[in-house]
Design a protein around this ligand. Structure first.
Ligand SMILES: Cc1cc2nc3c(=O)[nH]c(=O)nc-3n(C[C@H](O)[C@H](O)[C@H](O)COP(=O)(O)OP(=O)(O)OC[C@H]3O[C@@H](n4cnc5c(N)ncnc54)[C@H](O)[C@@H]3O)c2cc1C
Length: 420
C-alpha cells in the first residue's frame, strides 16, 4: 500500500447530480478540478437508488417554466441526444412536472459531460479524512483498494449527500430536523412484464394493498406510493417500501435494506394478485441501494427557511432557483406537499452554500443550509444541479482570487447559462 499525493485547485466530494454540476461548473471557470465518487458511476440517488425522475427543473405553474439551466440543462440536452429526454412531463397522478430518466443513459450522459468539461474523475474512491488549518480545508484523504490518496486543494465542495466532508472537517452540521427526525428512506423497485396499456392509476394500487392488509398481510408499509412507467419499456418503477433508517449507520442501513427487500417481494405478490395487468409481473431490480432522503445538513452563513420557499422570496446574492414544492415523507404515510406561491420559484442565496466558519468550503445538493421545510423542497435533483453548479463556480472563483464576490459568481453563472 502506498500513499499517493495529488494537488488540484478544486476538489468536489460526491458525484451525485450536485457534485457533477459543481465539478463541471468549476472546470468551466478554468480550475483544475477533481471529482471523487465512491460508486462506480456518477448520478448519486438517480443511478444508485433508481430515483429515475428529475424534479425541480421546472416550476409547477402553467404554462410550464424551466427554472434550472446551465450544467443541468446541458445534461438534459445530452439525454435528449441519447433519445431519452423529450421535454417535461406533467405527472397525471400528482400534477407535478418531472423529467423521466433511464439509469444507463443517465450514467453515460454524466460520464460524457464530466469528460467534455476536462474534470479529473475518480470513481471507486471514498473520502475518509479532512485536514483543516486556519479556517480552511487544506486537504482530504481518500481511499481506494490501493491505499490512501492525499489531495490538497485551494477550495472544496461538499456534495456528499450526507455532509461527510463538512463533518470530517469538524464543520457545523445538524442531523435531521430540529428534533433529530429524518424523512423516510425508500427502496425503489422496478417491476417488469407489465403490458404498456395496463392502467397505473394510484387508486388501483392503494385498493390492492388495503385488500391485502385486510387479509392479514403485515409485511408492507405504504398504501399510497408512486408508480411510474419507464418510457419505451414494459417496466414500471414503484416507490412504496419505506423504512425509518439512519443513513449514517451501517447497522441501521443493513436492517433497512433487508426489511425493504422483503417489502418489495410482498408488494410484487400483492400487485400480481390484485392489480389488473400485473398477473405476469416480475421483479427486475431493487435499489441497488435504499434511497436515503436525509441525514446531515450543513449550517451555512444563511439558513434558507420554509417561509423563503413558500413565499418565493428573492435574494440579492441568488445563485440558484428552486421550483419544486415542499414534499415531506414520513415512513408508511402518503407524501405531504405544500406549493410555492403562484406555483413559481424561490431564490437560493450563495450564503446558504457557504459552510459557516470556513473560508474555502462550499456545500451543494440536499445538504445545503436549510430549515426542515426548505430542505423538503431544495433537496430534489434539478435544484441539486443548480446549487452544485453555483458551489462549483464559487469554489473555482475562490481558488483563483482567494475572495468571495457574489456578484462575480452570479456573472459567471449567467455566462455558463444558469437561470438566476
Ligand atoms: C426514495 C427517494 C425518492 C426521491 N425522489 C425524487 C424524485 O423523484 N426526483 C428528484 O429530483 N429527487 C428525488 N429525491 C431526492 C434526490 O434524489 C436527492 O435529494 C438528490 O439525489 C440529492 O443529490 P445530491 O447530489 O446532493 O446527493 P446524492 O444523489 O445522494 O449524491 C451524493 C453522492 O456522494 C457520494 N459520496 C458520499 N460520501 C462520499 C465520500 N465520502 N467519498 C466519495 N463519495 C461520496 C455518494 O456515493 C453519492 O453518489 C428522492 C430521494 C429518495 C431517497
Amino acid at each position: 500500500m502506498h500513499n499517493r499525493k495529488l494537488r488540484f485547485d478544486v476538489v468536489v466530494v460526491g458525484g451525485g447530480t450536485a457534485g457533477v454540476a459543481a465539478a463541471i461548473g468549476a472546470s468551466n471557470v478554468g480550475a483544475r478540478t477533481l471529482l471523487i465518487e465512491k460508486n462506480p458511476y456518477f448520478g448519486g440517488a438517480a443511478t444508485h437508488s433508481s430515483v429515475l425522475t428529475f424534479c425541480g427543473f421546472f416550476a409547477q405553474q402553467e404554462p410550464i417554466m424551466q427554472v434550472v439551466g446551465g450544467v443541468g440543462d446541458q445534461v438534459l440536452q445530452e439525454l435528449r441526444r441519447l433519445g431519452i429526454y423529450e421535454g417535461p412531463y406533467r405527472n397525471p397522478n400528482s400534477g407535478n412536472v418531472i423529467v423521466l430518466l433511464d439509469a444507463e443513459a443517465t450514467k453515460y450522459a454524466l460520464d460524457r459531460k464530466v469528460m467534455e468539461a476536462g474534470v479529473t474523475p475518480r470513481l471507486h474512491c471514498q473520502v475518509i479524512e479532512a485536514h483543516v488549518d486556519g479556517g480552511e480545508v487544506q486537504s482530504v484523504v481518500a481511499v481506494d483498494h490501493g491505499g490512501r490518496i492525499t489531495v490538497e486543494a485551494t477550495a472544496f465542495v461538499d456534495a456528499s449527500g450526507e455532509a461527510n466532508l463538512t463533518a470530517l472537517a469538524g464543520g457545523p452540521v445538524r442531523f435531521g430536523d430540529h428534533e433529530g427526525q429524518v424523512q423516510a428512506g425508500t427502496l425503489v423497485f422496478r417491476i417488469g412484464g407489465v403490458p404498456s396499456d395496463a392502467p397505473l392509476d394510484r387508486k388501483l394500487f392503494e385498493a390492492a394493498i388495503q385488500k391485502a392488509k385486510q387479509q392479514g398481510v403485515t409485511s408492507v408499509t405504504k398504501e399510497r406510493g408512486m408508480v411510474l412507467r419507464l418510457p419505451g419499456t414494459r417496466d414500471v418503477l414503484a416507490m412504496f417500501a419505506d423504512e425509518d433508517v439512519n443513513g449514517l449507520d451501517a447497522a441501521s442501513l443493513t436492517a433497512a435494506e433487508m426489511s425493504a427487500r422483503h417489502q418489495a417481494w410482498s408488494y410484487l405478490d400483492i400487485f400480481r394478485r390484485y392489480v389488473p395487468g400485473f398477473e405476469q409481473a416480475y421483479l427486475v431490480q431493487t435499489g441497488p441501494a435504499i434511497g436515503i432522503r436525509e441525514t446531515r445538513h450543513v449550517i451555512g452563513e444563511y439558513v434558507l427557511t420554509g417561509e423563503d420557499v413558500i413565499n418565493g422570496v428573492r435574494h440579492p446574492d441568488a445563485v440558484a432557483r428552486g421550483g419544486w414544492p415542499v414534499e415531506i415523507h414520513r415512513a408508511g404515510q402518503p407524501a405531504i406537499y405544500h406549493q410555492i406561491r403562484d406555483r413559481s420559484f424561490y431564490d437560493i442565496p450563495l450564503r446558504s452554500l457557504r459552510v459557516r466558519g470556513f473560508q474555502n468550503l462550499w456545500c451543494a445538493g440536499r445538504i445545503i443550509s436549510c430549515d426542515p421545510i426548505a430542505f423538503a423542497s431544495a433537496r430534489v435533483m434539478g435544484t441539486a444541479f443548480a446549487t452544485g453548479h453555483a458551489a462549483g463556480v464559487a469554489a473555482a472563483y475562490y481558488a483563483a482570487t482567494k475572495t468571495v464576490d457574489p456578484a462575480a459568481v452570479r456573472h459567471e453563472l449567467l455566462r455558463q447559462g444558469a437561470y438566476i
